[in-house]
Write a protein that binds this ligand. Structure first.
Ligand code: PEP
Length: 267
């Protein structure tokens, strides 16, 4: 990992109250964060405005989900346009909880990513295998399939069903706006972190996939971050691996000082 390249995101999930978030923001505002590292936090929708109005500009804000197209008659959804309006720069898409608890599929997630990018909302694109998939040797296949669903919408690797798709996909190819998060499902929220070698192996394979299916240039510059039970004690070892370009942090991102330790892990 290189510090001028490092990216750390805090995914607060469906946690917090006005009070607890106010405390977390004040801890983050007073934390010393390594200058070169890109830092993003992802509060629940209802607190984004509060966080935007109180958090230092040093840290960018991400949503945890977005609607697949332009807003309108979609009860309960939040549009990309609304997220931009309240100051979000990023959105997390394809998180395992949305895939496996809520039931979003590859195609829907790919469409969301393409739409967000057309509106200049940057995407943290999550991929990762379940335990049984790892145990049956399917880790790479699952990750590549999920990558294809993201990249395919952006680069026409898979079916283009209409001219509109063609125009949209060609307009939005900006890989600078995409961070890939490798998050093995068995490691998320379980306290069971992947070993640095396990993570590095998948990151190399994903980078190689990007090289073969997109381009060598995109492969070398795209940040591939790791997520799954990262904490203040295991982050330094993981950050030493060459292809781990940062972290997506769940539980430990709810504690300001520990999150700052993770941001600074690269030094
Ligand atoms: C996540 O939700 O993206 C995550 C990695 O969670 P945790 O760090 O709690 O495992």
């Amino acid at each position: 990992a290189q510090s001028d390249y490092f990216f750390v995101g805090g995914n607060w999930k469906c946690n917090g109250t006005k009070d607890s978030i106010s405390k977390l923001v004040s801890d983050l505002n007073s934390a010393k964060l390594e200058a070169d590292v890109d830092v993003v936090v992802s509060p629940p929708f209802v607190y984004i405005d509060q966080v935007k109005n109180s958090l230092t500009d040093r840290i960018e804000i991400s949503a945890q989900n977005s609607w697949v197209g332009k807003g309108g008659a979609f009860t309960g959804e939040i549009s990309v346009e609304q997220l931009k309006d309240i100051g979000c720069k990023w959105v997390i898409l394809g998180h395992s909880e949305r895939r496996h608890v809520i039931g979003e599929d590859d195609q829907f997630i790919g469409k969301k990513a393409a739409y967000a990018l057309t509106q200049n909302l940057k995407v943290i694109a999550c991929i990762g295998e379940k335990l049984d998939e790892r145990e049956t040797g399917k880790t790479f296949d699952v990750c590549f399939q999920q990558m294809k669903a993201f990249a395919g919408r952006l680069l026409l690797l898979i079916d283009v069903s209409s001219l509109v798709d063609y125009i949209v996909t060609n307009m939005v190819v900006n890989w600078d706006d995409v961070v890939i998060a490798y998050e093995p499902v068995w490691a998320i929220g379980t306290g069971k972190v992947a070993t640095p070698q396990q993570a590095q192996e998948v990151h190399v394979a994903v980078r190689d996939w990007i090289k073969k299916n997109v381009s060598a240039e995109v492969a070398s510059k795209t940040r591939i971050i790791y997520g799954g039970s990262v904490n203040g004690s295991n982050c330094a070892e993981l950050a030493k691996e060459e292809d781990i370009d940062g972290f997506l942090v769940g539980g430990a991102s709810l504690k300001g000082p520990e999150f700052a330790t993770i941001v600074n892990a690269v030094t």
